[in-house]
Design a protein around this ligand. Structure first.
Ligand code: SAM
Length: 213
């Protein structure tokens, strides 16, 4: 268990233990969901090293990424600068989404694999996220539908007998105001991935795309 480690310290350790935790590529399900949308303002929750946020900014979105890890945010900021993106088009902030509250609204709020094996009020965070979506804007949630086959005991640690929510459960948990949202996508999608040992696998993602009316 990670009982003695705060969420901020847990994630900071995960990032500092590696030179780069993620691939640097935007998540395919996020790319699929957003590609047809007209760019506007975008918020990427749990942005990690910023690949999705950078992909959004490259596509013309005015993009903001938020993550609890200062190291992840620094790497994301460096990657955005290295990509030549202007500072007025993309920015990152280190904050704990459990307590982070925002007044602005966004044309797109995205959360890709916003999971944590340590304390994380995911449902509350996603409900707050829904409240930040501007009228006619979108909420895109891409999540694991199951642990990947290579996940060992450590990945399950803190999850107990965790079961990932189905797409329908993910939507219901948001407790959205009836009649104010259109469910555009709520489904499980298969995706090709390469495991840590280099073998090709198929992983299932839960993809939820909602449009605020
Ligand atoms: C599984 S990673 C996904 C990262 C990125 N979205 C991606 O798809 O590559 C989960 C991310 O959520 C962040 N996170 C976890 N708990 C958080 C919290 N309480 N507040 C903000 N970010 C958090 C972690 O630091 C990590 O970067």
């Amino acid at each position: 268990m990670h009982a003695d480690t705060s969420p901020a310290q847990f994630w900071e350790n995960r990032y500092t233990d590696s030179d780069g935790l993620w691939s640097g590529n935007a998540n395919a399900s996020l790319v699929d969901a957003v590609s047809g949308l007209a760019p506007g303002t975008a918020l990427d929750l749990g942005c990690g090293e910023g690949a999705d946020t950078i992909w959004l900014a490259r596509g013309g979105w005015d993009a903001t990424g938020v993550d609890i890890s200062r190291t992840a945010v620094r790497r994301a900021t460096d990657a955005a600068r290295a990509a030549g993106l202007p500072v007025d088009r993309i920015r990152f902030a280190a904050a704990d989404l459990a307590t982070w509250r925002e007044d602005s609204s966004y044309d797109l709020v995205a959360a890709s694999f916003l999971h944590s094996p340590v304390e994380f009020p995911r449902t509350d965070v996603l409900r707050h996220a829904a409240g930040l979506v501007a009228p006619r804007g979108h909420l895109v949630i891409v999540s694991h539908a199951a642990f990947p086959p290579w996940a060992g005991a450590d990945a399950h640690e803190g999850h107990g007998d965790h079961r990932f929510p189905s797409p329908q459960e993910e939507v219901e948990a948001l407790d959205l105001e009836p009649g104010s949202w259109e469910v555009r996508i709520a489904e499980t999608r298969a995706r090709d991935a390469i495991g840590p040992d280099g073998t090709q696998v198929v992983l299932d993602d839960t993809v939820v795309v909602l449009r605020r009316l």
